[in-house]
Design a binder for this molecule. Sequence first.
Ligand code: 2PG
Ligand code: MG
Length: 432
Amino acid sequence: MGGEAFNIRRVRALQVIDSRGNPTIKAYVELAGGGYGWGIAPSGASRGEREAVELRDGGRKWRGKGVSRAVAIVNTIVAPRLEGVDSRRQSYIDRLLIELDGTPNKSRIGGNTTTALSIATARAAADQAGLELFQYLGGAGARRLPIPILNVINGGVHAGNDLDFQEFMIVPHGFNSFTDAIRAAVEIYGELRGLLKERYGATAVNVGDEGGFAPPMRKAEEPLQTLVQAVEKAGYEPGREVSLGIDAAASQLYRDGRYLVEGKAISREELLNIYQRLVENYPIVYLEDPFSEDDFESFKAAVEALSARTLIVGDDLLVTNPERVKEASADGAVTGLLVKVNQVGTLTEALEAIQAARDRGVAHIVSHRSGDTEDTFIADLSVATGALMIKAGAPARSERTSKYNRLLEIEDTLGYSASYAGPELLGLIRGG
Ligand SMILES: O=C(O)[C@@H](CO)OP(=O)(O)O
Ligand SMILES: [Mg+2]
């Protein structure tokens, strides 16, 4: 196949909408040989302060959230620079975008713009090569399916209830395949719906941004207890087959050195005590952003106190930034990295962050955003990079199920050569 076939012939962008009904940018890349790719930027609500900036128009149209400026930047400034470049040179193209932007946080051309372009480029090159996206990105070794961690009870800024912590997840690890894990998750989700309806009435099973329920609960014990019941009712063993996870998204709870939990401003030590109690009483294996994005010391304390039982994962703390990952991993502030391409803005930088984590024995978890779309790129990315887990919301709402469905398809495509990360989880935590 001639090298020229991979050259970029045309780059375009368009305004589309995400799962919250906000505009977002979709980029298209066409190659000389006919290869074709697209990518849509997702959008977070509980954003880290150090994330790449989303470029938005302001004003009255599209409720001020339009991305027509970002679209215009692609069509007039970026497109001429990328045309003629070999689409397989992902890192060169991403560097070009970084240089075109020229700011440390991508505020000029927008992290949303670069994310959509970066994904579209990878997809086009894979298409031209005639490879599945996960195989193009990950090679022959990419055949392990990640553990889905499903946010089934929502709180924090993702829901209108009084739960302080943002996400309560089920982690179906004790299975031999991704397919079996998803089946269990769906069964548990169904049992949970029944339990909540019985207890709180029909409105409690309205769903939050990520497809999870948002029942009128207050204390963290309530969702955890209910989840254990739902796991048991579905016929699975809590802790052995299905464990639990929390994303506290604690930056959202942080005010002047204290954390607002259950209506009180508590100290970091008191918050750590709460986690300790929860981890002792419930089969929690995943704890994300237990402290604020500036509270490195508390993350370290959490790793010391809790890492024999649960992963301590940095999201807002690390913002998928390779330098932050190096620092936090070397310092023992995390045992897990949450990966969101749009937090840093390019695929190349996200891959660097993953490499930095891997080099330091830190597991990585590929993640969606609370405002997401039909783009299933993260499913392929998780398999390509050998992620331990994927966080993609509840098994409801198509922008969430599309990721799980893509992984079901990948497992099917791989056939006998597929493996599942689940059975390794407990050994990995206990051993580390
Ligand atoms: O905090 C998180 O981990 C994410 C995704 O669940 O939320 P958001 O996209 O709003 O940052
Ligand atoms: Mg988070």
